[in-house]
Write a protein that binds this ligand. Structure first.
Ligand SMILES: [Zn+2]
Length: 367
């Protein structure tokens, strides 16, 4: 596709959600198999409902709407284990192709041009315990056993680790349980390498200092063994002041879609968000297609401005797919589109591969 210097060890993908990484037909089959009630009558309707497109997304809230369906299907230890296996196998299998078909299979010859050899997979176990039917520890253990099985099956050629997402849309008490468990799971040597905060930014923007302090407490409780990232600033629900306070208080090493900082610089010449990220050496996790689908970024060409702003301030960034199966995309395809539209220069992509290898939380895996 592209004349890029690909690292010999392959590419690390840092930002993929389990809810978006299982092909739609696999979700449908699992739902039928387990007798899960669905909001639609046919596979065609199901596929159309779950496929994330501009016409059924447009905002982060709408983009996230159907995750609840995927989460319901992925609930319970058995379903979680299966989902993790499918997601990791899928990343390895489609990594080199530019596009996938409706079923999530590679449509271009799989030459492994962009081999994904390491994946950080994130999910919220609390949204997969069937409102308390299943034991949270068993849900997590099932996910971890899938990661370990993959490690063995791929003879070490596919590295993987799990990240736990707290939910902006969950009550404090549930996030508290999750944070404490993250500390324990990681101490027990399970492949849990990171902590994240996800969900609609508008449901808990952390603008209220009391809510932010609560969240900071959870970030502390997660313990010393996991890396910290946070979805922050994808939408305008997070204003610059909230962005700055969130970064200072939660102290993440990486941030998912920190676009508030870029907007403030480009629209109001306020560089404080970018300066803060630079001072603290925070890496930006960027997901091109999902940003377009949620309307966080208007068009692909805007990435030129975004990346140039990061470069200007010496902020490092990585590229990921976010939800490859629901968007029907691959990392190679997204990077190919960025290059084709001349929104990025090849050396920016090459640098992002190096950054992803350097800043991955997979270094925290206990061997
Ligand atoms: Zn995300």
């Amino acid at each position: 596709m592209i004349n890029l210097q690909i690292p010999e060890a392959g590419v690390v993908e840092q930002h993929v959600h389990l809810g978006g990484a299982v092909p739609i037909h696999r979700l449908y089959e699992a739902a039928v198999d387990r007798g899960i009630r669905l909001p639609v009558q046919s596979y065609h309707e199901f596929a159309s409902l779950l496929h994330r497109r501009r016409d059924n997304s447009g905002t982060l809230e709408r983009y996230l709407e159907i995750y609840e369906v995927a989460e319901r299907i992925q609930s319970g230890p058995q379903a979680v284990r299966e989902s993790v296996l499918i997601a990791l196998n899928g990343a390895a299998r489609t990594g080199g192709s530019l596009a996938v078909d409706l079923e999530g299979e590679a449509t271009t010859p799989d030459k492994q041009q962009l081999p994904i050899r390491a994946l950080e997979l994130r999910f919220n176990p609390m949204k997969r315990n069937g409102n308390g039917i299943w034991d949270l520890d068993r849900v997590m253990l099932a996910a971890c056993s899938a990661v370990n099985e993959i490690r063995t099956a791929y003879k070490g050629n596919l590295k993987a680790g799990l990240m736990v997402c707290l939910g902006r849309d969950l009550p404090f008490e549930e996030n508290l349980i999750l944070a404490k468990k993250v500390a324990r799971w990681s101490e027990e040597g399970l492949p849990v390498v990171g902590l994240d905060l996800a969900g609609p930014e508008s449901s808990n923007s952390l603008k209220d200092p009391a809510r932010l302090e609560e969240m900071a407490e959870l970030y502390r409780l997660a313990g010393p063994r996991v890396g910290r990232t946070v979805h922050c600033g994808e939408t305008r629900a997070i204003d610059l002041e909230t962005f700055l306070q969130t970064v200072k208080t939660l102290q993440p090493e990486r941030i998912g879609h920190p676009l508030t900082a870029v907007r403030a610089y480009c629209e109001n010449e306020d560089a404080s968000g970018l300066k803060l990220m630079a001072e603290r050496g925070i890496t930006a996790e960027l997901c091109m297609l999902s940003n377009l689908l949620t309307g966080a970024v208007q068009n692909i060409e805007s990435y030129r401005t975004i990346l140039n702003a990061f470069d200007q301030f010496g902020i490092r960034y990585t590229f990921s797919t976010d939800a490859p199966s629901l968007q029907k995309s691959t990392l190679a395809g997204e990077i190919g589109s960025l290059l084709q539209s001349q929104a990025v220069r090849p050396e920016q992509i090459e640098q992002s591969f190096e950054t992803a290898a350097q800043t991955t939380f997979l270094h925290r895996l206990v061997h």
